[in-house]
Design a protein around this ligand. Sequence first.
Ligand SMILES: C[S@@+](CC[C@H](N)C(=O)[O-])C[C@H]1O[C@@H](n2cnc3c(N)ncnc32)[C@H](O)[C@@H]1O
Length: 275
Amino acid sequence: MSGATIVTSVLHGLIVSAGLVSCGMIGYSLGLTAVVADISSLASDHRPPRQRESKMPIARHSGTMRWSKTPDNWERMTFGDLRDYYECRAHARDQTKTLPTLEDWMFLKRQYRELVDARPVILNSPVMPTEGYSFGADDAVAPPPYYADRSEGKGRGLFASRLIRKGELVHDGPRSNVMFPDAMAFRRLVVSLPRKTACDITEWAWTQRLPTGGRMNVFVDLNIAALMNSSDEPSIAPRNSADTRMYAMRDIKEGEEIVYDYSVYSTNWSAVGLG
Ligand SMILES: C[S@@+](CC[C@H](N)C(=O)[O-])C[C@H]1O[C@@H](n2cnc3c(N)ncnc32)[C@H](O)[C@@H]1O
């Protein structure tokens, strides 16, 4: 399916992808089964999270048979166990990873809605084609000032789509990220995914106390914001460690990679029951 077809489909309120497909021109395979996403119904859906009657997550694995079934002891797996099971160190080193498509983000949001929580309004916040969330003022439907591309030696990364001035809001975390209520919810989502996507989620997730002094929870962005890389010379930063809005620390030229220092959030998997 071409990018244009994907966008057209979404604009008409419907995406249907069949079987174990390679999504888009760049072939980022997520093993979508029938993903039917009606944007208008997403926007009006505020169902409470469903009680899970079965312990078995909805598995939509694809690719190598080795990862084709849900791991037996997934309910007890630590963050490190999940990374080991899916051989995620090799995935992290892979410099041939392609950019997720809009379909890929829709698939992830659908899995999150089905398996974790259907309530976050940001799940209903598509900005075409893959920017993923509505940035800025409450009624805005606009992409953030960055786009995703390959980043030399770092997989994928984010780059300024225009000149960004010092002090500007660059990433609007509260309008982008979703939380996992507990360790089991995180495990449930990870083991429902194809291997590469499972690894992506473990690389994109972090833990944080929000608000300050609150409980430590796991967070992840289910849009291109997830692709932001780290640097000890960051171009953006939050005002404090309990915020996920990030501001330009200096002028950032168009096309320059946008990076923050991961150490501003002290991720602790034990504190969320995944240690
Ligand atoms: C939040 S993800 C960022 C998106 C990631 N580059 C991707 O393609 O999915 C974090 C991962 O990106 C990579 N990464 C981030 N900053 C990096 C850096 N400065 N140098 C090399 N790899 C980096 C590491 O693999 C890390 O686990």
